[in-house]
Design a protein around this ligand. Sequence first.
Ligand code: 6AU
Length: 262
Amino acid sequence: MPSFSQKTYAQRGEEHAHPLVKALFATMERKQSNLSLAADVSSKAELLALADTVGPYICVLKTHIDVVSDFDADLVKQLQALAAKHDFLIFEDRKFADIGNTVKLQYGGGIYRIADWAHITNCHVIPGEGIIQGLAEVGMPKGRGLLLLAEMSSAGMLATGAYTDKNVEMAIANDFVIGFIGSRRFTEERDLITMTPGVGLHASGDALGQQYRTPKKIITENGSDIIIVGRGIYGPGKDAVAEAKRYREAGWTAYLDRLGHK
Ligand code: 6AU
């Protein structure tokens, strides 16, 4: 049996049981993109402008909806329209971390009603498996998917060793989990995707502990599936479209190299 990292995204999509993952792999193949944009901007206008201009080059738009100072229901409507127009999925990077009952309320309700529009969200498993069960009660009926934060990209992060292994165990055991945030492929037991933040072609880090590695390291060598890039695309003085094209190309080339299509 070849490792999942040796298979094409198309093949993995065909073989996958989860409709959301099937859709994700199909989008990646159609757009030849394993790039996710981390759109960490603080206004509705900036977020919509980024999603519209960079949308054609990405498979997933990652949001931190709670940093948008003028959030309203219309923002969500427009993001959904852009997701349909440009063929990408939406990932709200909420990093839930409370007991099952509380995260159910946070995921399904409040101002943001995340489960209504985000195809993907993520959580820490520090509270134990109940957090996955709570989120699943809300997200499963809506066809959503969950990523576990098996590792983080920042200096001195504590998600290592036995904690990371527990994430992998819980992911394998829970159908609502579609993969991980982390730096590598974690298991061959089932096809769980890895999305990797802390990716940069130029910078090595920021002043607050972020650490960057290249698409080649993450995709070709480590067997991760999707690169998440934020400031490398829209940072000060950058042409976001030109950078998005560059990262899309770098991510896709790294994937083809992994498959041996040199
Ligand atoms: O490329 P950057 O450094 O501008 O942005 C990286 C993005 C940010 C972080 O909140 C997020 O990736 N992130 C995450 C995620 C995606 O969960 C985990 C992590 O360990 N490191 C990290 O940077 O939006």
